[in-house]
Unconditional design. Structure first.
Length: 322
C-alpha cells in the first residue's frame, strides 16, 4: 500500500501548490511592474510604450518601461528575475534566435521564459522590378530556375527579417538568386527601382508607396495569411510556394515558472490594451499588426522559427547579430 500513499501525498502537494499559486494570483499585482526591453527609441520601446497605459489601467498598477540596451541584455535580465509577474520582457524574435547567431548565450529561450502573448507581427512583401517578365511567385521561381545565378536580390543586413525571409524563399523554392548587400531597406528598395537588382523583400511601410506608384511590382506578402498592412496582395504561399511563411514578431514573456494564473491575467490585459482603436492604429501606422494571441501561439512561433530559421542561419553561416 506504500505506492498509493506516495501518489496521494504527491497529489496533495500538487493541489496545495496550485492553491497557493491561485491565491497569489488573486492578490496580484500589489506593486509596480517592469517591462524590460531594448534601447529607447527602437521598435521594442515603441511597442512597450504603446501598450503601457492600457495594461496599467487594467491591472490597477503602474507599469514601467525599463530600457536595458541592445543585444541579449534585456533577455538575460528577465531570465534571471523572480517568477512573480513583476518583471516582464518585451522583445523581438532575437530572443529565440540569439543562440543560433552567437556563442555563449546565457539563457535557453524555451526553458527560461514563460510566453505570455505575441504582441505584434510584421510580415514583408516580395517585390520585383516591373521589367521582369513575371506576374506571380510561381513565374518568378520558374524564371530563376531557368536562369540560375543570374538574378540578384537586394538585402538589408544578413540577419534582418527581410533577408531571412528572402533566404528562406530561396531554400524552399530551390532557386539560386544572388544576395547583394545594402545598408538598410531604403537603399535596397532604391536599387530595385533603379534596376540594379531584380528582387527585394521589404517591410510594407516602405514598400507600399513604391508598389502603388508602379515603380516596383508586388508578388506576395510573406505572412501565412493576407495582411492588412498589404491590402490586395496575396501571400507568397498562395501564389506559387505552398507552405512558405515568415513574419517577424514581438513577444511578451515572464521568467519561467511564473504562476499560470498570472500569465493568464497578463495575457488578457495585454490583449485588452491592443483592442484600443488608437493603439491599434498607431501599431498599423508603425508597420506592424497587433495580435494578442494566447501563450501557446507564441510558444509555437518560437519553436517553428527555431526549427526552420535556426537551420537556415546555421547553413548560411550567419554570425554576430542578435
Amino acid at each position: 500500500m506504500a505506492m498509493p500513499r506516495i501518489a496521494a501525498t504527491h497529489a496533495a502537494a500538487y493541489l496545495m501548490l496550485i492553491a497557493v499559486q491561485v491565491a497569489y494570483a488573486q492578490e496580484y499585482p500589489t506593486k509596480p511592474i517592469r517591462i524590460v526591453t531594448a534601447e529607447a527609441g527602437g521598435g521594442n520601446d515603441f511597442a512597450a510604450r504603446l501598450i503601457v497605459p492600457g495594461v496599467s489601467a487594467s491591472l490597477g498598477q503602474q507599469v514601467i518601461v525599463d530600457n536595458r540596451g541592445p543585444g541579449i541584455i534585456p533577455s538575460t535580465t528577465v531570465s534571471r528575475a523572480a517568477p512573480d509577474g513583476y518583471t516582464l520582457l518585451l522583445h523581438g524574435s532575437s530572443i529565440w534566435l540569439s543562440a543560433f547567431l552567437q556563442d555563449n548565450v546565457p539563457y535557453d529561450a524555451l526553458r527560461d521564459f514563460s510566453p505570455i502573448t505575441i504582441l505584434t507581427a510584421a510580415p514583408n512583401i516580395l517585390m520585383i522590378h516591373p521589367s521582369l517578365p513575371v506576374k506571380s511567385v510561381k513565374d518568378l521561381i520558374t524564371l530563376a530556375k531557368n536562369r540560375p545565378g543570374e538574378l540578384n536580390y537586394g538585402a538589408s543586413g544578413v540577419a534582418s527579417s527581410p533577408s531571412l525571409a528572402a533566404e528562406l524563399f530561396k531554400v524552399m523554392a530551390g532557386v539560386n538568386i544572388v544576395r547583394i548587400n545594402y545598408r538598410g531597406g531604403g537603399p535596397a528598395a532604391n536599387a530595385l527601382i533603379a534596376g540594379e537588382v531584380q528582387m527585394v523583400v521589404g517591410a510594407p511601410g516602405g514598400a507600399m508607396p513604391h508598389i502603388k506608384s508602379g515603380r516596383v511590382r508586388a508578388l506576395g506578402v510573406t505572412s501565412a495569411q493576407a495582411s492588412m498592412l498589404a491590402p490586395g496582395i496575396p501571400t507568397v504561399a498562395a501564389t506559387g510556394l505552398p507552405g512558405y511563411e515568415y513574419s517577424a514578431a514581438y513577444g511578451v514573456f515572464a521568467p519561467a515558472k511564473t504562476p499560470g494564473a498570472i500569465i493568464s491575467r497578463l495575457n488578457q490585459d495585454i490583449a485588452r490594451a491592443l483592442t484600443a482603436a488608437d493603439v491599434k492604429d498607431k501599431f498599423l501606422r508603425g508597420g506592424v499588426e497587433p495580435i494578442g494571441g494566447p501563450p501557446e501561439q507564441l510558444a509555437a512561433k518560437m519553436k517553428h522559427d527555431m526549427t526552420y530559421l535556426g537551420k537556415l542561419i546555421k547553413d548560411l553561416g550567419i554570425r554576430g547579430e542578435s
